[in-house]
Design a protein around this ligand. Structure first.
Ligand code: NAP
Length: 271
């Protein structure tokens, strides 16, 4: 019988998850299908209980339910607990909430940058993506500076990094022209998403080695073009997206995810 996996969120229409997971099932020879389900806030608990009752193989969770779904989990992984958000549900008799964004960004940075220990990293933004990025950087032994429009959120995130043993600092976006003083610059704000805006120009970036943009729509953001002009290596957000999906698949199936095929499918869908 065909197994069913899926995503709950609102909206879900433009998600790349169905494309990349269905590509993976096909490569793995699994009789399985991944669907995107639009679920409103008040229905999250019913959706989770219903999925468990129906024998759904596993679910991803996206905005705006990543925090509220925690109330419907029986247990949480360490990463979900630290981040305070869940993006993957495992139905294992109960409901376990995981957060694979941390491992996704860790693997993406390891792949593109290599060993991160001792790296001076600048993170722009302090929302959901930033939390995963900062936890991954702190665990890898980076020195982390978080700058955000809402400075209090940057302060909270720097505190989280210190709690994980990292040296961490914070500030407002008015300090962003210091980007060139860092080895690795990461944009986790939504600036540049479906627009040609950037928080940093080439002159701000000069001196940095890598610029990673978590935004993946478009793949080549203006920030990444500015990075190339500044002589830095650009890293797009697709690797993080695909690798977090691959980690979800590993949790659900215990099988080695075909990352290359998943990435090719997602890149093709982005056009
Ligand atoms: P979020 O929780 O809503 O956080 C948004 C962040 O962007 C906040 O720090 C916010 O600052 C900042 N921001 C928004 N508009 C801004 C503006 N005009 N000027 C300056 N700062 C602004 O969103 P998220 O879930 O972290 O997602 C952020 C981006 O990362 C999105 O483009 C998303 O697609 C991408 N993302 C990528 C991946 C991946 O796997 N590659 C994963 C998750 C997210 P305030 O705190 O001041 O509001």
């Amino acid at each position: 019988m065909e197994e069913v996996y899926g995503l709950i969120g609102d909206p879900v229409e433009h998600s790349l998850s169905p494309v990349m997971h269905n590509a993976a099932f096909s490569v793995l020879g699994m009789e399985a299908r991944y669907h995107a389900f639009r679920v409103e806030g008040a229905e999250v608990g019913d959706a989770v209980r219903g999925a468990a009752a129906l024998g759904i193989g596993g679910l991803n969770v996206t905005i705006p339910h990543k925090r509220s779904v925690m109330d419907h989990c029986d247990s949480l992984s360490d990463d979900a607990e630290v981040i305070g958000a869940v993006n993957t549900l495992e139905f294992d008799g109960g409901v376990t909430g995981h957060n694979t964004d941390v491992e996704g960004v860790r693997l993406a940075l390891e792949r593109e940058v290599g060993d991160l220990s001792g790296t001076r990293a600048l993170v722009l933004g302090a929302g959901g993506a930033a939390r995963a990025v900062v936890v991954a950087l702190a665990r890898e032994g980076c020195e982390v500076t978080v700058l955000n429009r809402t400075v209090e959120k940057a302060a909270d995130l720097a505190e989280l990094a210190r709690g994980l043993g990292a040296e961490a600092d914070h500030g407002g976006l008015d300090e962003r022209s210091r980007a060139g003083e860092f080895d690795l610059v990461i944009n986790t704000t939504s600036v540049g998403m479906e627009s040609d805006e950037t928080l940093l120009e080439a002159g701000d970036i000069e001196g940095a080695s890598y610029v990673f943009d978590a935004v993946y729509r478009p793949l080549e953001t203006r920030l990444l073009r500015e990075a190339v002009e500044a002589g830095a290596t650009p890293v797009d957000g697709l690797g993080m997206l695909v690798l977090q999906g691959a980690e979800s698949l590993r949790i659900w199936t215990d099988r080695e995810p075909p990352v290359g095929e998943m990435e090719r499918a997602a890149r093709k869908a982005l056009g």
